[in-house]
Design a protein around this ligand. Structure first.
Ligand SMILES: NC(=O)c1ccc[n+]([C@@H]2O[C@H](COP(=O)([O-])OP(=O)(O)OC[C@H]3O[C@@H](n4cnc5c(N)ncnc54)[C@H](O)[C@@H]3O)[C@@H](O)[C@H]2O)c1
Length: 316
């Protein structure tokens, strides 16, 4: 629908009450847009958006993306999907449905409105990679029938749908492959490594290292990631992605644990637990494309991002 008078965009954020979604809503409101935040509150919470609820340009809609939606918007950020293994393995069938039916419903909406749509995809697309660091050209090594498959294959199928809507119907699509992102409003009990270590460290409990703790990850601070989302959405039509968004600086789990213990000033010991099934040894983005096409790269160092995240967890 064409609007007559204002230049403010109406933007739908699915999964808007989650960790990344709530930061995105906040940022879009700050840029003067009208934001429709949709969420079924499976892993998200109204607490994450409590500070936005009174804003005149903010609306919250409780809805499940596996059901069709009819609203009028100019842009769609599709983030709805549980993101941590504890959450997405809780109801794996629903996880696949959320990725696949959710993508079909949101792409259908974008098609009807001729709206631009961005998909929050994931580095899990690459599975347990043989190529390191991962470029967007790498097709991945994913187990199609394991406990992580509902998430990995669901997200892969969603990417397929996005590119078919582009090829077949000329839709304006953007696909971001997000690598580990952390920051305030992560769930305290979702098993993701940064929140896990901080919560354990603040409580003075032992910090659990899976396997030998030498597996590596790279961590992107949430503000950097949101900046990447917005640059991608605002990029020229031919920039569809998939495009890696993440911080290429790698740390081992042991290094991360030691940093957290030093920062919280606690006395936590390191304890070991068996490595989860299909857990990748290494995960590091190659972000050359994001640098070249979006002029984007992360700015917040892990030490600073950890300070802000620890402050958040101290206050909750
Ligand atoms: N945080 C990361 O490091 C990371 C990495 C890769 C990809 N991603 C992707 O980014 C997106 C956001 O992740 P997050 O870290 O904010 O996780 P999150 O769990 O905090 O947010 C997901 C949100 O989606 C909502 N949701 C789940 N199923 C839904 C459904 N069927 N209908 C409507 N809402 C639904 C949840 O209630 C929650 O608010 C996800 O799609 C995730 O796969 C995140």
């Amino acid at each position: 629908m064409t609007r007559l008078y204002d230049s403010q965009k109406r933007i739908l954020v699915t999964g808007g009450a989650g960790f990344l979604g709530s930061h995105l809503c906040e940022r879009l409101l700050g840029e003067g847009h009208d934001v429709l935040c949709l969420d079924n509150l499976f892993t998200g919470t109204k607490r994450n958006i409590a500070h936005l609820l009174g804003h005149p340009s903010f609306e919250f809609l409780r809805h499940d993306v596996t059901f069709p939606l009819f609203v009028e918007v100019d842009e769609i950020y599709n983030l709805a999907c549980p993101a941590s293994p504890v959450h997405y393995q809780h109801d794996p069938i629903q996880t696949t449905k959320t990725s696949v039916h959710g993508a079909i419903n949101m792409l259908g909406l974008a098609k009807r409105l001729r709206a631009k749509i961005l998909q929050a995809s994931t580095s899990e697309i690459y599975g347990d990679p043989e190529v390191h660091p991962q470029t967007e050209e790498y097709w991945g090594r994913v187990n199609p029938i394991g406990p992580r498959s509902c998430y990995d294959e669901g997200k892969r199928c969603a990417e397929t749908l996005f590119f078919d809507y582009r090829r077949q119907l000329g839709l304006s699509i953007k696909v971001a492959r997000i690598f580990n992102t952390y920051g305030p409003r992560m769930h305290r009990a979702d098993g993701r490594v940064v929140s896990n270590f901080i919560v354990q460290g603040l409580a003075g409990e032992p910090i659990t290292l899976y396997g030998d703790g030498e597996q590596s990850r790279s961590f992107c601070y949430v503000d950097d990631l949101i900046d990447g989302f917005i640059r991608l959405m605002d990029s020229p039509d031919e920039v569809t992605g998939p495009i890696n968004l993440g911080n290429p600086v790698e740390f081992t789990m042991r290094q991360l644990a030691e940093m957290v213990i030093a920062k919280v000033g606690g006395s936590s010991k390191l304890v070991h637990a068996p490595l989860p099934i299909d857990d990748p040894r290494q995960r590091q983005p190659n972000i050359d494309k994001a640098r070249a096409l979006l002029g984007w790269e992360p700015k917040v160092a892990l030490a600073d991002g950890l300070d802000r995240t620890i402050d958040y967890f101290r206050g909750t």
